[in-house]
Design a protein around this ligand. Structure first.
Ligand SMILES: NC(=O)c1ccc[n+]([C@@H]2O[C@H](COP(=O)([O-])OP(=O)(O)OC[C@H]3O[C@@H](n4cnc5c(N)ncnc54)[C@H](OP(=O)(O)O)[C@@H]3O)[C@@H](O)[C@H]2O)c1
Length: 312
């Protein structure tokens, strides 16, 4: 696993669709004022919630905010993704752009345009594209790093074996390899082998952690807060999460939250960061990101971590 101290990453998926631009600006301001650095977006955010049927709204809001706040570009690091944007409105996944070399180049170029920046700090392949030779995708990502379009590259929602294969191909080609993984992960886990309702989501596995540990890769978790389900009766956990292991884990979560005087959400984020994982947190209100940043001050002991492990 990467050795730099884990950080809270601001998820901006809903900016410009479910979250109005002025509200997004306030969240971004509070995040940066609170010492937050990394923003996570994607070229496809959020085509499913946008009347246009294509993505780009989130990147456009970040671009407007950067223009409105002199110096902000130097204060943040921007991660975006290519792969999932529909080429034809309202026809995903049939018309998703994919990971051909042309698609990767075009996707990255358009993202820079919407963000109004000359490079991104991290470019993710948003999901696998098994219809394209991996060599081609690897070459295209490597080329973007060589040109300075992306400072780093990573793989979201990929099987660990595909990431390692891609890293070998990058070595053969003499180009930059993927050095970061982004997958869905949180304290509660669904019953094994139950399909997730959310299209495109892929759960973090022990193989991913093994790979990250062995190769020094960065790991970002998404849906870290289960959309607020830890603290909100209006958002119950989905059915695959209804099992005795999670009942025990949630009971330990309550004990731990009381023990360290923190909220359930803050304990979950602290638990992720203690394992070296950078949790992405989505926020639609300023208070939500303030609370998330507060997780950096929560100290969990070995005993807390052990109790969670035993509860499963
Ligand atoms: N790579 C991928 O495939 C992928 C997939 C999904 C997400 N992501 C990334 O991860 C980010 C977050 O994902 P997500 O939105 O699915 O998951 P999340 O972070 O678990 O959920 C965010 C939502 O939780 C609620 N929330 C946050 N803090 C809260 C608090 N203190 N109290 C009560 N509710 C709170 C809010 O819901 P309300 O807005 O309803 O209040 C917020 O919008 C996205 O923005 C995106 O950057 C990546």
């Amino acid at each position: 696993m990467n050795t730099t101290a884990p950080q809270i990453v601001l998820g901006t998926m809903d900016f410009g669709t479910r979250v109005a631009p002025e509200q997004a600006f306030a969240i971004l301001d509070v995040f940066v004022a609170g010492g937050g650095v990394w923003l996570d977006t994607a070229n496809c955010y959020s085509f499913w919630a946008d009347p246009s049927g294509v993505g780009g709204a989130s990147e456009r809001v970040i671009g407007s905010w950067l223009r409105a706040r002199p110096g902000a570009r130097d204060a943040v690091r921007i991660a975006t993704k290519v792969r999932q944007n529909p080429l034809v409105a309202h026809s995903w996944p049939k018309s998703a752009e994919g990971l051909s070399a042309d698609a990767v180049r075009a996707g990255a170029k358009e993202s820079l345009g919407r963000l109004g920046v000359d490079h991104v700090d991290l470019l993710w392949a948003h999901a696998e594209d098994r219809g394209v030779p991996l060599e081609e995708t690897v070459g295209a990502f490597g080329e973007l790093v060589a040109k300075g379009t992306a400072l780093r590259i990573g793989a979201a929602n990929h099987a660990a074996w595909r990431v390692e294969r891609a890293r070998s191909l990058a070595q053969e080609q003499g180009v930059e390899p993927w050095t970061a993984l982004q997958l869905r992960h949180s304290l509660v886990q669904p019953r094994p082998l139950t399909p997730l309702a959310e299209a495109g989501h892929r759960l973090l596995t022990a193989d991913d952690l093994d790979l990250a540990e062995a190769q020094g890769l960065t790991v970002w978790s998404y849906t870290s807060l289960m959309w607020g389900s830890y603290v909100r009766a209006d958002k119950p956990l989905p059915q695959p999460y209804d099992h005795p292991g999670n009942t025990r884990v949630l009971s330990v979560l309550d004990d731990t939250a009381e023990d360290v005087s923190a909220s359930r959400n803050q304990v979950v984020l602290a638990w992720l960061m203690r394992q070296g994982i950078d949790p992405i947190v989505g926020a639609s209100r300023v208070e939500q990101i303030e609370q998330a940043l507060g997780a950096r001050d929560v100290r969990l002991g070995d005993d807390h971590v052990e109790r969670f492990a035993q509860a499963r």
